[in-house]
Structure formats: structure tokens, C-alpha cells
Ligand binder design. Sequence first.
Ligand SMILES: Cc1ncc(C[n+]2csc(CCOP(=O)(O)OP(=O)(O)O)c2C)c(N)n1
Ligand code: SF4
Ligand SMILES: [Mg+2]
Length: 290
Amino acid sequence: MVQSVKPIPSTWCPGCGDFGVLAAVKKAAAEVGVPAHEQVLVGGIGCSGGIHNFIEINGIHALHGRLLAQAIGVKLANPRLTVIAAGGDGDGYAIGMGHFMHAFKKNASILYVVMNNETYGLTKGQASPTSQIGFEGNIEHPFDAILTALSIPVPNFIARTFSGDPKGMTQVLAEAIRFNRANRGFAFVEDLSPCVTYNDTFKLWREKIVDVSKLPGYDASDRKAVFRLCLETMESGRIPVGVMHRPKAADPEAVALELKLLPDQEGPAVTDIALEHNRAAYDRLIKGVT
Ligand SMILES: Cc1ncc(C[n+]2csc(CCOP(=O)(O)OP(=O)(O)O)c2C)c(N)n1
Ligand code: SF4
Ligand SMILES: [Mg+2]
């Protein structure tokens, strides 16, 4: 259900990484100058997915793993809106994995922020698809969303940030929102957002993170080179962060979904259905004249 209400006090544990994301989303939207009534935040299921409750904004609490379908629906209902989907690693990479993969190729101009804490926080710390081997009995290799995103050759915006660097995160989110508002397609930002209660990785991640975008000669439009750099960084025991894909220019072969389906940008949500305005068409319809 869509709501535009006063935010409720946060229910997150003190120190949760998601506070950084909340602050960065607010700051980025303000920096880009998105009016509040033009923003919609679609939250997933999990601690992270409650984010829309803590910000004065139009919000939807989506079904588990289905936030991208709902966010794309909002964008197609009114392409002039700035739509942000935000949820957790369990929500997006387990039950929501099918929607995650297809969002890159559908390429609607929405932003998807995943707060990855390598656990199911809300349900008390079980292993998620990104958990390390050994965490809560996990025996599976962790899934890496950035490598997956880079493997889909559509000119999306792709980045990874860290809640311990709110400034850097704000910059990246502002760039992603601008990308969306220029109708350049889907933007995906994974934020490393520690769960201080069940998997406190703040210290470990601070030590392991490497901002690959600051390395000499880095080119975020070179998908193959960035894929290789991320793999090599991971193989050396570090965690790559930064803008991982920034397409050079709009690609005529990969037009954003809302431009393909609604070239005039007039979605059904803003269609004038008042009778007087449409009376001529209505009369023709009744008479059976096309
Ligand atoms: C259909 C369905 N299955 C299972 C659940 C139970 N459930 C609630 S939150 C959650 C996982 C949340 O993990 P994540 O998306 O990583 O969010 P976090 O709490 O870590 O931010 C699960 C499995 C549910 N709410 N609905
Ligand atoms: S349980 Fe973890 S993810 Fe959930 S609010 Fe607390 S610290 Fe954050
Ligand atoms: Mg999680």
C-alpha cells in the first residue's frame, strides 16, 4: 500500500549499518534536488526493508523478494517519479534472485540499493547467500552480486559502497539517482552494511575494503577490466568497492524500459480520466465508432 506519512522512530538496533544508508539516501536525494513528492521508496522484507518507514516519503512495503517487480511497476505507472527499491541480501539474493537478475536486462530507470550484512538480520542471524563459509553452519561459497551484475552486458550503473563511509556512499547514490533521472536505465548499488547484533563486520570490512575506483588507470566503463580487477582483489582477500560500471554514453541498443514502453513519458497513473475531458472519445466508444 502506498503511503506518504510522517516517519516513525527507527526500530533498528543502535549502530546498525542501515542508519548510514538511510542518511545517505536522504542526502543524495536532497543533493540532486528531487522533490519529496516525486520520490517513492519501495522496501523489501527484513530489517533493511523497513527503511521507508523512517523517512518522510511515499513508501511501499513490498512482498518478500518482490520489491523490484513493484518498483518497476511504479516507474511504469508514472515514469516521472524517482523510484528507489531498498532491501537486504536475503531478500534480494535468495527469494528475490530471479527478479534481481532480470532487473538488469529489463533496464527500467530505478535505483536498487541492497544493504548486504551477510545474514538474515530480522529473523535473528541465519546464514544468507552472501554469508562466509562457517558462519552459522554455512557450507556454501558466498555469492558475489557485483561480479554477477558485471556479467550481464547491459549498460547499467553498478557500484558497491560501505556504510562506514557515508560521504562516499552519498556521492555514489547521487550519481545513481542522476543516472535514473536521465532515463539511462537500471542502477544497482550494493552497500556493505554490517548487522552489529548478529554479524558485526565493521572492523573487518574497514580493514579489507579497497576502493578500486581510486587505483591509477581505473576505467569504470571497461566492464571486462573491472570484472578482472574485482576477481583479483577478492582472490587477494580484499573487498572491492567503488563505481564498478559507468556506461560512457547512452546506448541506442539499450534504451531504458520506460522509454521503450512509454515514449511520451505519460504513464497510466497520470492519465486524465475525468468524463468531460474525455467526452468526445466516450461518445464515439458508446456509438461503436472507432
Ligand atoms: C515469504 C516469506 N518467507 C520468509 C520470511 C521470513 N523472513 C523475514 S525477513 C527474512 C530475511 C531477511 O534478510 P535480509 O533480506 O538480508 O534483511 P536484513 O534483516 O538482514 O536486513 C526472512 C527469511 C518472510 N517474511 N516471508
Ligand atoms: S538485527 Fe542487525 S540488521 Fe537488524 S536492525 Fe539490528 S543490527 Fe540492524
Ligand atoms: Mg541481511
